[in-house]
Design a protein around this ligand. Structure first.
Ligand code: FAD
Length: 388
């Protein structure tokens, strides 16, 4: 199979790059410094059609492929990882679960605004006691008089508390079993649901201009029809959601590596020490060569996984390709930011230089939507190893 990007994908890349360089890059440092979530830019990204790339035309989308979404995330992430994750989570964690598992009525209710980028949705899986072990969820939902009543909390939820957030899709225990795992079900919780509390935003190491909150449910009531998909299928639903998300996070990591490569090449050609550009020294040039290899390899793995999804290949094949791409691209992004910061010397430690921001932003790529350890576990299972 081929996973080369088509001419159309490359043309699309150019248009997203133009937008990202004109509308995002000049402001990214300031937003980061102010921990500002730029709603106006999210709306602009919506007008450009970025949130609707993969959604069907009937909901206002472009009906395009998953590869296009990865191209967009890579290009936005190349200038600003915070806006890259906002797009990634908005589509992968907000739109896709409703599109994949929702009823016609739910799709009509939620998708037009999400697809247009006028509103955002989040996906609340992680809890204080359930991250990698997401099946250990403690949040409970009980059906009472035609309403689901939720109690519990979620943490680290992206796009969950912005002024344009319309809903958070959450997993909750809806039944216990003495013999097997608990029944987990997915529910759509509207932002204005009574008893739904968005706690103050986190103070994060990076992704300063993305929106991340803890959430609390105090007898939070949502209509019975807000059940997403079948009752008890929550576990399978989030596993499928995360497979797609991993490739999208890999694309975000590719954008980060590419940015590090470009900044390092330019700086190593300009900065002189001992009468020559630092790029004349093998100690610097070879590290940058390694970043170039990472950029190419991470891109190939990412777009291979995207092509496997677009071709509708078997789930098992996609699952492994997604984990491989996520693991390699995100660990490479962390390495690339370390190299770029080193190339910049003391300036690399100063916030005026984007390398410092990329350095802080990269770490979470190895954590969100499944840590590196979880990816290694999935890959080992794909190899047939009896890993726990
Ligand atoms: C900025 C940010 C945004 C996020 N956005 C979202 C979101 O929108 N929605 C959402 O639901 N979640 C979100 N998350 C949560 C994220 O997915 C979790 O943090 C991640 O899955 C890890 O879970 P944890 O933090 O509980 O760590 P833990 O699961 O407690 O893991 C701690 C460490 O132990 C390791 N570990 C755990 N189990 C094993 C094992 N079996 N074998 C080997 N090592 C293991 C982990 O790899 C990790 O190194 C976000 C997180 C951050 C930081």
């Amino acid at each position: 199979m081929t996973f080369e990007l088509s001419r159309e994908h490359e043309e699309f890349r150019r248009s997203v790059r133009e937008f990202a360089e004109a509308e995002i890059a000049p402001h990214a440092e300031q937003w980061d410094r102010d921990h500002h979530f730029p709603v106006d830019v999210v709306l602009q990204m919506g007008k450009l059609g970025l949130f609707g790339l993969t959604a069907p035309e009937e909901y206002g989308g472009a009906g395009g492929d998953f590869t296009s979404l990865c191209v967009a995330i890579e290009e936005i992430g190349r200038v600003d990882q915070s806006m890259g994750i906002t797009l990634e989570a908005g589509v992968g964690l907000g739109i896709h679960p409703i599109l994949t598992f929702g009823t016609d009525q739910q799709k009509e209710q939620w998708l037009p605004d999400l697809v247009a980028g006028r509103r955002l949705a989040g996906f609340g899986l992680t809890e204080p006691g359930a991250g990698s072990d997401a099946g250990a969820t403690r949040t409970r939902a009980v059906l009472q008089d035609g309403q689901w009543v939720l109690n519990g909390s979620k943490q680290f939820i992206t796009n969950s508390g912005s002024e344009i957030t319309s809903a958070v899709i959450v997993t909750a225990r809806t039944g216990d079993s003495s013999t097997g795992p608990p029944e987990i079900t997915t529910l759509i919780v509207p932002s204005d649901a009574p008893g739904f509390v968005v706690e103050p935003a986190y103070r994060k190491l990076g992704w300063h201009s993305s929106d991340t909150h803890p959430l609390t449910f105090n007898d939070c009531r949502v209509p019975e029809q807000n059940l997403l998909g079948e009752r008890g299928r929550g576990f399978a639903q989030f596993l499928a959601t995360l497979d797609d998300g991993r490739v999208a996070i890999a694309a975000l990591a590719v954008g980060c590596i590419e940015a590090c490569l470009e900044m390092s090449v330019q700086y190593a050609g300009e900065r002189t020490t001992f009468g020559v550009p630092i790029g004349a020294k093998q100690g610097i040039a070879f590290q940058i060569s390694d970043v170039a290899v990472m950029a190419e390899a991470a891109r190939a793995l990412t777009y291979k996984a995207a092509a496997i999804k677009d071709a509708g290949r078997p789930r098992k094949e996609f699952k492994k390709a997604a984990a491989v791409a996520k693991l390699y691209a995100t660990e490479s992004a962390v390495t690339a930011t370390r190299v770029a910061t080193q190339v910049f010397g003391g300036y690399g430690f100063m916030e005026e230089y984007p390398v410092a921001r990329f350095y802080r932003d990269a770490k979470v790529l190895e954590i969100g939507e499944g840590t590196s350890e979880v990816q290694r576990m999935l890959i080992a299972r794909g190899l047939g190893l009896p890993v726990e």
